[in-house]
Design a protein around this ligand. Structure first.
Ligand code: ZN
Length: 320
């Protein structure tokens, strides 16, 4: 049987768990490792694939009480490593059952500590990574995307191009040709990498570092599993003219001395349109003028903050 040949592999070490660790801990470790070493997350690297196979193999044994028990028995029989010490301590006769019982006790304890609300991870048996034929959800893809301040303030659409896994159409996701040979397009992976461009809606008033999730635009799933999501982390580019503080937008404006003295109308290019403002007589540097509702939208909202213009009086030649 399969495990006989691998009795010299230390599955506990491979998963980074202790012999006494219960099923839940093993599950947790496995999931973390599987995610890290999944070939999809490592752009098909063979080393990652080997590692992933090993992790899966280890988990297959240690997650199955019967297999784990037999594996432990074999390990202690061959007298290697930690299991040897343990079997000596416990003495013959019971050693085969002991690690199992021990683990069970632990599990019970942990479950009672968890209290209600925490998932009992009953659904884990459906976790696809174990069985390559089960439907697997595609990976979420996350990117940081530069967004102009204006778009963040007012909302809008950006076009974004990225690589993602899509289903191979050549083999209809079977990985094989009609002659049962490896599909030459996807090399048996059932999916290929494609460069795609999507329009992403930027909500009004979005804040810096906010992550936008677009469902189903991530990597394709396997075996009919759903695709992952596309996550776009908004990085707002600093603007030369405007600065946003909460929902208000600030700008500095050079005002020629004569106009500052006499006062009069002045055109101001704001975020989305040109406003004509009335400069007061004898305006000084540092004085402000507020245009209500000409600032940024409140996040996802309908109301807008204000635009605040801060004047800087300059000699005429500087404004030319
Ligand atoms: Zn194919």
């Amino acid at each position: 049987m399969g495990i006989r040949t691998s009795a010299n592999r230390d599955y506990y070490k491979i998963l980074g768990v202790k012999k006494k660790d219960n099923a839940q801990i093993i599950k947790k470790k496995f999931r973390a490792l599987a995610r890290k070493h999944h070939p999809d997350a490592n752009s098909g690297s063979t080393a990652a694939e080997e590692k992933f196979k090993l992790i899966s193999e280890a988990y297959e044994i240690l997650s199955d009480n019967k297999k784990r028990k037999e594996y432990d028995r074999m390990r202690s029989g061959s007298g290697g490593g930690a299991s040897h010490r343990q079997s000596q301590r416990r003495g013959p006769g019971t050693r085969g059952d002991d690690p199992f019982d021990f683990g069970r006790k632990y599990q019970r304890q942990e479950q009672s500590n968890d209290g209600p609300g925490t998932s009992g991870s009953q659904g884990f048996e459906q976790e696809p990574v174990i069985d390559p034929d089960l439907p697997t959800r595609g990976f979420d893809l996350q990117f940081m995307v530069d967004i102009p301040l204006r778009t963040a303030c007012l909302g809008g659409q950006i076009s974004y191009t990225y690589d993602k896994h899509v289903a191979c159409t050549n083999c209809k996701q079977t990985g094989k040709t009609e002659d049962y040979e490896t599909c030459p397009v996807c090399e048996g992976n059932t999916r290929v990498v494609e460069n795609v461009t999507v329009d992403v809606e930027i909500p009004r008033g979005v804040r810096d570092q906010y992550t936008l999730r677009t469902r189903n635009l991530g990597g394709a799933g396997r075996n009919g599993g759903p695709p992952g999501d596309l996550l776009i982390k908004v990085c707002i580019i600093q603007d030369k003219r405007f600065k946003r503080i909460k929902n208000d937008v600030w700008m500095e404006m050079a005002l020629p001395e004569p106009l500052a003295e006499t006062g009069g109308p002045l055109e101001v290019k704001a975020l989305d349109k040109v406003h004509t403002i009335e400069v007061e007589e004898n305006t000084l540097t540092g004085e402000e003028l507020r245009i209500r509702g000409a600032g940024a939208y409140e996040p996802w909202g309908k109301k807008r903050g204000d635009l605040i213009i801060k004047f800087r009086i300059v000699p005429v030649e500087e404004t030319v």
